[in-house]
Design a protein around this ligand. Structure first.
Ligand SMILES: NC(=O)c1ccc[n+]([C@@H]2O[C@H](COP(=O)([O-])OP(=O)(O)OC[C@H]3O[C@@H](n4cnc5c(N)ncnc54)[C@H](OP(=O)(O)O)[C@@H]3O)[C@@H](O)[C@H]2O)c1
Length: 274
């Protein structure tokens, strides 16, 4: 793998925002690295597309044992996250992340619209004053059916499965009915896990900041495996973002429920940035 510099010039970003609006970009950006990275997310072809993102330390942590999480990513990793938000219709987070960090989940570091915030909060532990529930883009609270009755115009109720989980596939279908098809799953680890294990992630973006924490919350967490042959090995390209390093990992979406396997997708050739 080799590393090369990465920048998003204004014309590329304008083209990506045009694509996100369903328009044809004025220029062909060919194999520009930023274009090949973001084009699959900006594209609107009626399909649902899920990108999960983790910003972690060299040792795979996203917070200290006391929950200090901000900022792990450097300035360029943070800008990358805001680009993903700007290109997504909706950003999904779990209740744990909102209770721990009270994030806004809006777009502030780049030009572009803020996504609808979708908070999976089956037991209603997210405080009504959480920052992500107000502001540009709007918010949807995802509750468990049969729980405490809620009188919130912005809530969505889903049934729990045998393990008590709300089915991520049903959530994506419900969001698609609201024309929210390009989805950023921003964390934390418990929330990403459900989407990854259900085979519902098209791209996983892991940005690694050069910091070692040594303990604390992990960025990714899956069910235990005993053999490395069972590990996920997505096709992956590595892009230096500047302050951080991005691993862009491709999976093929699995249509069976539960997934028979997690398939590995492909990332496009991007002119020597592998
Ligand atoms: N650096 C990053 O990229 C990043 C991003 C986000 C978060 N974080 C860090 O991650 C930590 C929080 O992560 P976390 O894994 O503890 O929590 P989380 O994934 O944010 O939230 C987990 C909770 O969300 C609900 N939930 C999510 N998906 C569900 C599903 N399919 N079915 C039912 N309930 C579901 C459950 O709530 P109930 O428990 O109420 O049932 C679950 O316990 C924090 O330390 C935060 O700083 C880091």
């Amino acid at each position: 793998m080799t590393a090369s510099s990465f920048r998003v010039d204004e014309a590329v970003w304008r083209g990506l925002l045009a694509l996100r609006r369903g328009e044809t970009p004025q220029r062909d950006h060919g194999q520009d690295p930023a274009w090949t990275l973001y084009e699959p997310i900006a594209r609107r072809d009626g399909r649902s597309f899920v990108v999960a993102q983790v910003g972690q330390s060299l040792d795979g942590r996203v917070a200290t044992v006391d929950g200090d999480a901000i900022p792990i990513s450097g300035a360029d990793g943070f800008a990358h996250l805001h680009r993903l938000r700007a290109l997504a219709d909706a950003v999904i987070v779990g209740a744990g992340c909102v209770v721990a960090d009270d994030p806004r989940l809006t777009v502030r570091e780049v030009e572009g619209p803020s996504p609808v915030r979708v908070v999976i909060d089956p037991s209603g532990r997210v405080p009504p004053g959480a920052k992500c529930l107000s502001g540009e883009g709007g918010a949807i609270l995802v509750r468990a059916e049969g729980g405490t009755p809620v009188d919130e115009p912005t809530s969505l109720c889903l049934p729990r499965d045998g393990d008590g989980r709300l089915c991520p596939r049903a959530l994506l279908a419900a969001l698609a009915r609201r024309s929210l098809r390009t989805i950023l799953v921003e964390g934390g680890a418990a929330t990403i896990r459900h989407f990854l294990q259900a085979g519902l992630v098209d791209r996983l973006h892991v940005t690694v900041a050069p910091i070692v924490i040594g303990s604390g919350a992990p960025g990714l967490l899956l069910d235990p495996i005993s053999r490395l042959s069972e590990a996920l090995r997505p096709q992956c390209r590595v892009m230096p973002l500047g302050s951080d390093t991005l691993f862009d990992c491709a999976f093929d979406r699995v249509s069976t429920d539960p997934p028979a396997r997690l398939a590995i997708g492909s990332v496009p050739d991007a002119g020597g940035i592998w």
